[in-house]
Each structure stands twice: as C-alpha cells, then as structure tokens.
Design a protein around this ligand. Structure first.
Ligand code: 6R9
Length: 649
C-alpha cells in the first residue's frame, strides 16, 4: 500500500462545503453531542410534523433497537420532488442516457418527475397497493425505475428492488419473501447492445408466486412479450389516463422506505430494511459533503438502482438535494471502452462515481479511449464497492482526473445506508487505497479479532466495528429481527460489526483489508488478500487478480492467486516467475503466491464483486460444495477455472 498523500488544492478547499478546519470542528461536535448535531442536520429535509426526539438507539444483544427522529413525520417523495418545484421546477432532475449512443438522451425536469411519479402512484393505488405494502421492482436502468421508487415512497409502499441481472428463481424468492402485492418490470432491458427478456423472466418467476400478484409492464423496447390477461398491466397506458395529482402520504420517520437484499457473496441473502427519515437525512448529507455537490452540478453515479449505491446516490441523496442526476442504461465498454468518458463530455458531468472493477477494466484498454474526450467539466471522482489498489487509483487520478480532481474512496455497505469512511474532498488529504476518515457522527473502532478488545493505539489492525448508531443505519432484517442482532451485534458485544478487517495507520487513516473471511493467515502472519491483489495488479501485464487462502501443509494457509492478464499478453512460465518475484519485492517473501493460475475471467456477482467463496473452493479442490452459484454473472468461468486448476507441488 502506498503512503503518498494528495492534499486538496487551496482553490478546491476554499470553495468546498467543508475545509479541514470545518471538518474537524463539525466532526468533534458530532461525536461530543450526537443528538444536538443530528437534531440540527435533520432539518435539512422537510418534516410534516417536526421531531422532538433525535436518537433512541441500543446495540446490546437481545434488545438491539435503532430509532432516529422517531416522533417526526414526513414524506420522502415530497422531499425529493415537491419541495423543489417552486425554486427549480424547470431544472433537470434526471438525465437519462440510453444504452445505444445513437438514441437521444432525455432530460426530465422536477415538474415532469412530479407528474410522472404522481401518475404512477395512482396506478399503484388503483391496483390496491396501500401504505406498508411491498412492491418489487425488476427494472432496467430507465426513468420508470426512478418513478416507481418514488411512487412507492409517495404512497407509503415499501419497495424491494431486484437487480435486473438476477434469475427468475431469485426474483420469485424476493417476491415471496416480502409477500409483495405487485411486481413492476419492463418488456426488455437493453445493455451493451443486447436485450435481456425481463418480462419472460418475470413470467417464469410468477409461476412460483401467489396468483394475486399483479405484473405491471413498461413497454420499453416494444419487444414481443406474452401477456396474461387480468394479471399483466401496461404501465404507460395506465399512466396516460391516471390523474397527475397524488397527495403524499404522511409517514413516520421510522416507517420502512425500502427493503434491499444484500449480494450473494455470503450465505443466504438478507432483506436489509431502511427507514424513511434517518435514511434520507443521511443519504442527502453524505451526497452533499462527500461529493462536494453544489447547486447546478451534474452528478453521475454509474451504479445500478438494483444496488444500494443506486438507491442512495442516484435517487434519494441527489434528489433530496435538488440535484441533476444521471441515469445510464448501458455498460462501460459499449460501444467501446470510451463510453463513460463520452457521456461525461456530453452531459458535462461534474462528479463521477464508479467502482474499482470498472476502473481496472477500462485501464486495461489503455489511455487512448479516455484522451479522446473533453473531461474538463470533472471536478471530483469517487469509488465504492471494494478496496481500490493504488495502481488503479493512480490511473484514475492521472488519466481521468488529470491530477486535478480529488478522489473520494468511500467505504460503506448496504447496511449502512450511506458513506461511513470517506475523505471530504476539500478537507482530507487522500492516500491511494485508503478510505481515510469517518464521516460526521461515525465512531469507528478497531477491535482485536480474537479478544474483541478495542485497540486504543492510533496504529491498529483488526476488525472494523462502530460504537454508536447513525441515522442511515439499517433497522432490521426483513421479518427476522433476531437474525439482524445475530449477524451484526453478536460477535463483538455492544458494537455494530461490519464484517471487514482494517488497519489504522499513524495518521488515524483507515485501510480496509477486505472481508474478514478474506483475510488469510500465512505462517502466523495475517495478510489482507487485497494487499496481494494490489501488488499483482500493479504489474504492467496484469489486468485483474483475486487471491484466496488454501490449506498448506507447512504454512497453515498458502496463497492461491488467480490472475487475468492484459489483452494480448501471453501466459508463460517466465511471466509466472516474474510475478512471484514481483510480489516478493512489492510486499515481501511472505506474500509470494504459492500458486498462480491464469484466469481468463473471474467469477463475479452481477454487481461485479469477485466471489471468493467459489475461488476458495476451487483452490481447496473442493468442488462438491461450491454452494449457491445462482448469483454468478457468468457461470462458465467456474468450469474453466476448475479444468485448469493447479496442484501444489
Ligand atoms: C456500498 C457497497 C459492502 C462491502 C463492504 C466492503 C466492500 C465497499 C469499499 C469496500 C474497501 C471501499 N467495500 N466499499 N471495501 N473500500 N471503498 O458496496 O455495499 O454491496 O453491501 O458491499 O463492500 O467489504 O463490507 P455492499
């Protein structure tokens, strides 16, 4: 890991919402008196009935309870739309960029957003959806997905989005798991020039659901779809005749806004439940401060609304702040590896937020696709989802940001609702690979993994936990509060346990070392798989790498590395030796991989997370128990890796 620091420029700091002194002052206040701090910042959104109580939270196993603004009432959709109408009704709320670069972009103003959301809310109501009911979204990245989320919020229904890449089985489980009344989908989802038959998937899923579940269909591509009379409803046709008026429902701050199942990289998915009031305050505040969002800026988060990042930073955070937010239907490499940058140029994007996996994929195509475009509108770059290796960080910084855009490496989770560890771009000197410091009101601690004792020294290594609550924290696991307590509060009593390992350096900066189950122990030395991966990826010929532990007769665990080479590089024994040597010199002999297997592709979830559980099983020669592979983006990758697996000599 690199320890080079990049301080914000004086010009950026002066214009930013928070410079270093402001961050330090506000942070100290937020920790000294959280209720005073969040009582004040809760006012950033509009309340129907103002709260008199700020927090009421308890992390003790057996009585875990998280409440914020509990006696306040509000409507989330009114906060994201109605309250902006007087001042910015004609401002673009959403820029929709279709999959095909030849199709026209759509600019949807706050007024138009209001009208569409009200119409769809009335369609939901006419189908019998009422306050507290669940609605499942299985949608492409199109404006109707945003309308559907906000229409639910408007009438007090709870949305549960299932990423459009998931299979019919997964969809059926989610519909049944939340006893949803209705699913909304589209005929087809175009991505990368290919259409996925979403409605056919929904048909297959609905075979396993209650007959009463209605299916609302957005005719998006006009592609052929079968139609079940009485169950299927043409949304656009219904919206055209529905009333454009729909009064927002008065909701309690603690009423659930949405359920979102966490990605399938560990065990059975859990339905993470988020609140209305606290969640919105936290999403909006992090969006403003982390990205230093100012009125008039164009903000683009490349995530899909099927993931929490899309919820908080495409829809709720930006719209609560009256922002212009970009929604992109396609993929980074279609029609070519310059698409992201073409869109940044076209819509004059000011803040750009993506994932390290996308950065590495684009990096493998070289600098030319970036340099073709005018990226002078960019003011800030962000990353999320996994530790970013310094090599990718530097490329992002130099080639995309031209050395003038601060990079915010944001650490958070579906469970946290918004950023917990992140630089504030006008305040924090960044270090490539570090998520740096806590956001306001966040109290991270590093615990010794075995003893569970808090490590008070500044320099520390252990598991990442949080001592106190914040407004955006998940409230429960849908239908299973006991599982909520057991998953997050039982390993380390009295703390929220995030499941990640971390190191805190002498400056108090946090470095995420990956999920705790990804930490391997080689001859008694604990090592983050991310660290070895980062070293491998720093080699000029390596595009991507995944490292897992495997049982080793002498060392306890050995290091098994799966390596994807850059386009056009031949895998040779010489290169293998070169990589071993490379890692030895980058980190030390202890980190030298015992096995390097060439991997044309890595098994990933559809959100782009490497499925290490599967890689561990392959490394352990234990294919019989590969577990659930239904969330893999490309199951063929696994067979390929099994057939080319390497034995320890
Ligand atoms: C937002 C999101 C959460 C897990 C988390 C951690 C990893 C996310 C990270 C990061 C290092 C970052 N993670 N951001 N690791 N640096 N900046 O990704 O939510 O899908 O629930 O994943 O992702 O391991 O625990 P989610």
């Amino acid at each position: 890991m690199s320890d080079k620091t990049y301080a914000p420029s004086a010009a950026f700091s002066v214009a930013a919402h928070a410079d270093k002194a402001t961050y330090e002052k506000m942070y100290a206040e937020s920790i000294a008196d959280p209720d005073a701090f969040w009582g004040e910042h809760g006012k950033r959104i509009d309340w129907i009935k103002p709260y008199t109580e700020v927090s009421n939270t308890n992390f003790e196993l057996g009585s875990v309870n998280i409440n914020w603004y509990a006696d306040g009432t509000l409507n989330v959709a009114a906060n994201c739309i109605d309250r902006h109408l007087a001042t910015r009704g004609d401002q673009t709320a959403i820029i929709f960029e279709p999959d095909s670069p030849d199709a026209p972009a759509q600019h949807i103003t706050y007024k138009q957003l209001h009208e569409n959301v009200c119409r769809l809310a009335n369609v939901f109501k006419s189908q019998g959806v009422t306050k507290g009911d669940r609605v499942v979204l299985y949608m492409p990245m199109i404006p109707e997905a945003a309308y559907a989320m906000l229409a639910c919020a408007r009438i007090g229904a709870v949305h549960s989005i299932v990423f459009a890449g998931f299979s019919p089985d997964a969809l059926a489980n989610r519909i049944n798991g939340s006893a949803a009344k209705l699913v909304i989908t589209a005929d087809e989802a175009p991505r990368g020039g290919r259409n996925t038959a979403l409605k056919s998937n929904a048909d297959a899923a609905l075979l396993h659901c209650n007959d009463k579940v209605k299916c609302l269909v957005v005719k998006h591509t006009g592609g052929q779809t079968t139609w079940t009379e009485g169950r299927d409803i043409d949304v656009k046709a219904e919206m055209a005749t529905a009333s454009a008026d729909c009064a927002p429902e008065e909701m309690n701050a603690e009423d659930p806004l949405f359920v979102l199942y966490t990605s399938g990289s560990t065990g059975q998915p859990k339905g993470v439940v988020h609140s209305s009031g606290g969640y919105l305050v936290y999403a909006a505040m992090t969006h403003q401060y982390t990205f230093d969002y100012h009125d008039g800026d164009v903000f683009w988060c490349t995530a899909d609304v099927g993931w929490v990042t899309g919820h908080s930073y495409i829809i709720y955070g930006p719209l609560a702040n009256g922002a212009t937010t970009v929604m992109f239907e396609g993929v980074p490499t279609y029609p070519d590896a310059g698409r992201f940058w073409a869109i940044c140029e076209k819509h004059k994007v000011n803040q750009f937020y993506t994932a390290p996996t996308a950065i590495r994929a684009l990096m493998a195509h070289g600098n030319a696709p970036v340099e073709k475009y005018d990226l002078s509108s960019l003011k800030l770059l962000g990353t999320v989802g996994e530790p970013i290796n310094p090599e990718a960080w530097n490329w992002y910084n130099d080639v995309v940001g031209k050395g003038k855009c601060p990079i915010v490496d944001t650490w958070w989770q579906t469970e946290t609702g918004g950023h917990l560890l992140t630089p504030l771009p006008g305040a924090t000197a960044t270090k490539p690979g570090s998520a740096t410091l806590p956001f306001f009101g966040i109290a991270p601690v590093v615990l010794d993994a075995t003893s569970g004792e808090e490590i008070h020294e500044t320099e520390a290594e252990g598991v990442l936990c949080f001592k106190t609550s914040w407004p955006g924290q998940m409230r429960t696991v849908f239908g299973d509060h006991e599982r909520f307590e057991k998953t997050y509060f039982s390993d380390y009593k009295g703390y929220y346990f995030a499941g990640d390992g971390c190191r805190r350096d002498a400056d108090g900066y946090y470095w995420i070392t990956g999920r705790v189950d990804d930490v391997i122990n080689v001859s008694g030395h604990r090592m983050g798989t991310a660290e070895v991966e980062s070293a491998l990826v720093a080699h000029a010929h390596v595009a991507e790498a995944a490292v897992v532990g495997f049982p080793h007769p002498i060392k306890g665990q050995g290091i098994y590395a799966y390596v994807t080479l850059m386009n056009g590089i031949e895998p040779t024994d010489e290169l293998r030796k070169d990589l071993e040597k490379w890692v030895r010199t980058e980190i030390g002999p202890i980190a030298k991989p015992d096995i390097i297997q060439w991997a044309p592709g890595l098994p990933k979830t559809r959100s782009g997370k490497i499925m290490r559980r599967i890689l561990r099983k392959i490394a352990e020669d234990d294919y019989g128990s590969l577990g659930d592979t239904s969330t893999l983006a490309d199951p063929g990758v696994v067979d390929e890796l099994i057939s080319t697996r390497i034995e320890l000599k």
